[in-house]
Design a protein around this ligand. Sequence first.
Ligand SMILES: Cc1cc2nc3c(=O)[nH]c(=O)nc-3n(C[C@H](O)[C@H](O)[C@H](O)COP(=O)(O)OP(=O)(O)OC[C@H]3O[C@@H](n4cnc5c(N)ncnc54)[C@H](O)[C@@H]3O)c2cc1C
Length: 327
Amino acid sequence: MTEILVFCETNEEKLDSSTGELLAAGRKLSNELSLPVSAVIFNPNAEMTKEASSLGADKVYKVNDPKFEHKTDEIFTHGLFETCKQIKPTVILAAKTSLGRNVAARTAYRLKSTVAQDCMDISGDKNTGLISVTRPVYGGNAQAVFTFTKPLNQMVILRVKTFEPLPIDNTKIAEEITLEIPIPDAKLKVIDTVKQEFEGVRLEDASVIVGGGRGLGGPEAFEHLEELAKILNGAVGASRAVCDAGWLDHSYQIGLTGKTVTPDLYITIAISGASQHMAGCSASKNIIAINKDGDANIFKEASFGVVGDWEQILPSFTATARELTQS
Ligand SMILES: Cc1cc2nc3c(=O)[nH]c(=O)nc-3n(C[C@H](O)[C@H](O)[C@H](O)COP(=O)(O)OP(=O)(O)OC[C@H]3O[C@@H](n4cnc5c(N)ncnc54)[C@H](O)[C@@H]3O)c2cc1C
């Protein structure tokens, strides 16, 4: 057994918020397996290295190459694969982000290893070095525990927001190691990068989400959801039916084939609560549902619910939220 490797993602010259969560999961495994936690960062700056250290990394591997400028699966897969070949980690932790889940799966394939997707918990057996993970099955209707069979390159993709980052410890100083990895020219050529502009909180980071479904009747209704989300300092999300209809972009989609969210509060408005939708939000701490159909599945998942037409319920809900947040 060697070490627990965290694949760190970066965003605009900073570590992505998922890194702290992965390092916290890594420290949990470190206690169970008595192994050090390392972080690999592609094109790090000094702040990123320091942050990874203060969030729990014992070692930081730095890999530098201008080709990491574009977040393409191909280049990052090459980088992570070569890193794993050099250090032969016992476990690799990646976040369930669009880059993380693709790179982790592709790297595991190249390593001829196994990947566990969408994990919500993780533990290690000190005697065998084998990792067990808990992950949803049957479209989120049940959870199952899986155990790897070989204690090498066990690739785990963790759902974001399942681990709390540890408190920052600025006294911790990780060992820094620069890895020399030749990066080949990419087959995929990035022609242009368009930054998605948005105001407020990112869906993935929001502690309050107001989600809308097909029952809203059209894109105009989302203005009302935006209003409520703004009052609660939250973000707007949607069901796939809404995104497929083109009312909102697919970056708003929550569910099996969309984003996984774990807010403190998820307010669903005119969403039926299909299992594929719930697969992306069932770990929300509280769900409040507004739906005109009292038999809708969402009421089985919600802690609080209102049966009725959203157009009649939402205005007073929003007014009360405004009153309570202003007082
Ligand atoms: C492989 C696969 C992957 C999928 N992935 C996803 C995914 O990632 N995310 C996802 O969301 N779905 C996903 N789906 C689709 C999923 O099965 C559902 O079809 C979808 O979630 C339904 O969206 P909805 O609840 O908005 O619409 P509907 O099922 O049409 O429900 C609309 C709800 O609005 C209520 N309503 C209507 N009018 C009003 C009103 N005036 N006031 C209050 N309530 C009202 C209705 O009672 C109903 O419950 C996937 C499906 C498949 C097969």
